[in-house]
Design a protein around this ligand. Sequence first.
Ligand code: LLP
Length: 380
Amino acid sequence: MLKQHLQELQQHPTPLYVYNMDLLRQTLQAVKQEAGKYNYHVHYALKANANTPILNEMRAFGFGADCVSGNEVKAAIENGFTPQEVVFAGVGKSDEEINYALDQDIFSFNCESSHELEVLNELAAAKGKTARIALRINPNVNANTHKYITTGLEENKFGINAWELDSVLSQLQQLPNIKLIGIHFHIGSQITDLSAFRNLCTRVNEFQDWFEARKIELEHINVGGGLGVDYYHPEQNPIPDFEAYFGLFSQFLEVRPGQQVHFELGRSLVAQCGTLVSRVLYIKNGITTNFAILDAGMTELIRPALYQSYHKIENLSSTKEEVRYDVVGPICESSDCFGKAVMLPETSRGDLIAIHTAGAYGEVMASAYNLRTKAKALYL
Ligand code: LLP
């Protein structure tokens, strides 16, 4: 798709984040349609990409906002989400962030520890308010994904463990400025094996029974996000299988009458619509390796350096015979490498290189390391 825009892209300085807004809208339409079949409600996880044009689309499709910092709550509200559509999660919410969210009367705080509940109660009391909360429970389900992005196992910093729940419930009875309205789960990210979600459903059903036995009514259950995308075949497979994903929950998740089911998807909504476009600065021929040195690096897309993630790399400018390259960035770190032994058409200085599937956890994770200038974004 980007090759069609080559002339336009050549006018822009690089590195550049390019967003395909048609693909974004098609993706969101699919989510809306499939989640809508079961009356499921989706909160978009802003941490994946919080650019205003992206947030505008999320809002236009009727999704809420899942935030993990005071600034994300602020970004959601400033971009038109109503406080009623905002949830605020995270293991380390500061007093300042909590106070801001309390002032906004957001829908729910997703709370991750008993100590946090105590502080939230105190801050809400000081304002004469009642904070609505969902307890984030650690379901101890293995997501079979990269160890840095799996979150649902015991001895993880996230969530409250099953064995702590009794004491948390008695604690809640002593906290008059907190109202329990839901339970929350999230087992990890980039999950491609849907059986992990099936296991999650089984655990959630057990927790629902546990609360029911204690006569506690839950208005909603939030099953988190985590649906993976196909980084290997972005062209053939641009939209994740939302039909299978939501269908699985409808089949295995038991929902009580009147109860709402919430999802917090980030990556699967925005990853594919974003591409990092870069220019080749130099070609360096080593003894056994040819290096294509780009003007984009781990400062624009840290995923390969941080998680050894694969992103498909394409030379948009050349149609020559293929040659093998290590595709690297300009940053003073050996891990600043987008791909090793990548077959690309023979590449020259000035060629435009696309690094695909960079719409999620790309621009938001950019850094100024080496005092780099923040790359701009282009919406096509
Ligand atoms: N809910 C909670 C509580 C989360 O921690 C996350 C992601 C999400 C929802 C959204 O998950 P998603 O649908 O995007 O998988 N930087 C890493 C991913 C970190 C994910 C953190 N939590 C990466 O680039 O792969």
